[in-house]
Write a protein that binds this ligand. Structure first.
Ligand code: AVJ
Length: 311
């Protein structure tokens, strides 16, 4: 795994333009910084989605067990479960017939989640799978129980449009007819509101990005000077794409393992995109990938949508 990390980092930093993959943000420290992001005043995404789940938990359960009473609640990238617990609490107290299947590639995250669930919901059936999403889904293959896949938080927004389509098609292939996807999308809105969410006052998002350079220093024997890079987020209201860069403030050379990476002054590393969607984008993503949109739930400001798709 570390090898894959090394290969991706070297490939990205020797490309033009330079890039790093945001999937590597989430080491232990990155997980902790992301927790801080979710608590930021400016980062409206988490609170908006939480509001949706809280206000609609009963309707959501009705949809999940509409055709058949039993289902597997499969979650891609569960994290700390802060939002999912709103649903779990309601489902458990409604005595719904389901098991919760959080999937993550981080065993650390899963263990913490499992412990907290055992304490909070002792009667809940939890089956953690430490694997990649689709491999885990295949691993789960069991006697015709309907799968309901949760993909919350606008995590899909880290993919470019073409990668998102690929991902959703692959997910569609792994599901059976009648299975559901419950997916969160951050919507287009006032560009200032969006940009602030990725450029918070306290500099937490800046640390989140710089933490990847720190990780490279630690795990790949790098010598990035963290003070030589500036966090620079952008939002394009035409495409709906937020992109974050780390910009080298000086001409400098960085050693990673045995390679030298040269930076011109003001040369940027592309770090992450966070796509914002229109309802047309969402409808079109669903139809292009074999799903039908059956219901949309919004927060009171219409900042965010949770969309129920059926295969
Ligand atoms: C976890 C991918 C949804 O893109 O908004 C937060 C990650 N990056 N602040 C997002 C993130 C900077 C987040 N997602």
């Amino acid at each position: 795994m570390n090898n894959q990390f090394a290969r991706d980092v070297l490939k990205g930093l020797t490309s033009t333009p330079k890039e790093l993959s945001s999937k590597y943000f989430y080491d232990e420290e990155g997980d902790a910084i992301f927790q801080q992001i979710m608590n930021l005043e400016e980062y409206y995404l988490t609170r908006s989605e939480h509001e949706i789940l809280k206000a609609n938990k009963a309707r959501i359960l009705d949809i999940f067990r509409n055709d058949a009473p039993r289902f597997n609640l499969v979650e891609f990238g569960a994290g700390d479960g802060y939002k999912t617990k709103v649903l779990l609490e309601h489902f458990v107290s409604s005595e719904a017939d389901f098991q919760y299947v959080p999937i993550d590639i981080s065993g650390n995250v899963l263990q913490i989640l499992k412990d907290s669930l055992e304490e909070e919901f002792p009667s809940l059936k939890v089956k953690c799978i430490k694997n990649e999403y689709f491999k885990a889904l295949k691993q789960l293959e069991n006697g015709g129980t309907r799968n309901v896949v949760l993909f919350l938080g606008s995590n899909i927004g880290n993919f470019t449009d073409s990668r998102a389509i690929e991902f959703l098609k692959e997910l569609n292939d792994a599901l059976r007819d009648g299975d559901l996807l419950f997916i969160g999308f951050d919507l287009m809105k006032d560009p200032d509101v969006i940009l602030r969410a990725y450029n918070d006052q306290e500099g937490v998002t800046r640390n989140f990005n710089l933490n990847l350079l720190k990780r490279i220093n630690r795990e790949l024997h790098g010598n990035f000077d963290l003070t030589g890079f500036k966090h620079f987020p952008t939002y394009n209201p035409v495409t709906g794409t937020t992109a974050s860069y780390l910009v080298s403030t000086k001409k400098q050379s960085v050693e990673i393992m045995d390679s030298n990476i040269e930076f011109e002054q003001w040369e940027a590393i592309h770090m992450e995109i966070s796509q914002k969607y229109s309802m047309n984008d969402i409808e079109s993503l669903a139809t292009q990938t074999g799903f039908a949109v059956i219901r949309n739930f919004y927060d009171s400001r219409k900042y965010f949508v949770n969309s129920v798709w059926r295969k």
